[in-house]
Write a protein of this length. Structure first.
Length: 317
């Protein structure tokens, strides 16, 4: 009689081409929505803008301090020493408020839970800063002094130039600053300055409109930049998830191959024992019992390739 043996095999096509289903013994990739946050569209854009504002606060503060120092030099050159001291102290205090707001009220990274409150507070602080600067511009205005005109113009405009740069993060903050710093000066000039010189105030209106248009373009550019950064981050997360899935599938397939191999070894040994017993037994009842044992053994042997086949059939879906 043919030697009783059983050799379970795994289809190589299954082991290489089809991914295996996720099972608990192996690492499970983190859901992509959890990895990238639950925000999308405008909300994701605002979150990105809030984080940019927070990350750039130190550089912004130093830039404004440089403007404050420049205007202080102009004020001192105009002989207004006490006014210059009050100006520098008050303007620097507002800069300190911006820094403390970003670093102490929001010491950690801006999240989707607090980005709205952070942006809203930033708008209020910017509007207050603009009003403070316009108040100083109007207070020192002397219609008979050309330098006074220039100082007032510098105070009102230099603080708002940054919002027109490509690096400006949030348009609403700039609009609040621009409105507070420019419009009060414009109206004050038109009322206080006598004669035709009052119409120079319309130059502030043109500057205000120009700032709105430029900041709108800047907002679009910043939006495109943030979207591109989010797309790059999403792509990196997708690649990371794919690597985890490939690693998990490889480990599961290796586990399946090892499992089938380990279970097949006792079946091989049982086959040799059955073959040896068949050569030794002569009693019909004993041979009949051996036939049943062999049938059960073969059924066990058929379970392994069936188990492997079911495993890879599920992985195809």
């Amino acid at each position: 009689m043919e030697n009783a043996s059983f050799t379970p095999t795994l289809n190589s096509e299954h082991t290489t081409n089809n991914p295996a289903p996720s099972i608990s013994p192996f690492p499970k990739p983190k859901p992509l929505a959890e990895a990238s946050g639950g925000l999308s569209g405008v909300a994701a854009l605002r979150l990105g803008q809030a984080r940019r504002l927070q990350n750039s606060v130190i550089g912004s503060c130093w830039s404004v301090e440089a403007v404050i120092a420049y205007i202080l030099i102009l004020i001192v050159a105009n002989g207004q020493y006490l006014y210059g001291f009050i100006w520098a102290a008050s303007a620097s205090l507002m800069v300190l408020c911006v820094y403390l707001y970003s670093r102490f009220l929001y010491p950690d990274e801006i999240t989707e839970e607090n980005y709205k409150s952070y942006l809203k507070g930033h708008v209020w602080i910017s509007g207050g800063t603009g009003l403070l600067w316009s108040a100083f511009a109007n207070y020192q205005l002397d219609p008979g002094s050309l330098l006074s005109f220039y100082i007032a113009f510098s105070i009102s405009t230099t603080i708002t130039l940054g919002g027109m740069f490509p690096s400006a993060a949030y348009r609403s903050t700039f609009i609040a600053l621009l409105t507070g710093a420019v419009l009060p000066v414009c109206f004050y000039w038109f009322i206080i300055i006598p004669g035709g010189a009052k119409f120079f105030a319309f130059g502030f209106i043109l500057y205000y409109v120009f700032g709105l248009i430029t900041s709108a373009r800047t907002e679009i550019n910043m939006r495109d930049l943030i979207v591109a950064e989010q797309a790059a981050q999403l792509s990196a997360e997708l690649q990371s998830q794919n690597r985890l899935i490939e690693q998990s599938n490889t480990e599961k397939n290796q586990f399946m191959v090892a499992t089938v191999h380990d279970f097949s070894q006792p079946l091989h040994a049982q086959g040799y024992f059955i073959h040896s017993l068949r050569n030794l037994l002569t009693d019909d009842k004993q041979l009949e019992m051996l036939d049943r044992i062999e049938s059960s053994w073969r059924s066990q042997g058929e379970l392994l390739p069936g188990f492997a086949s079911a495993h890879y059939s599920q992985s195809a879906f």
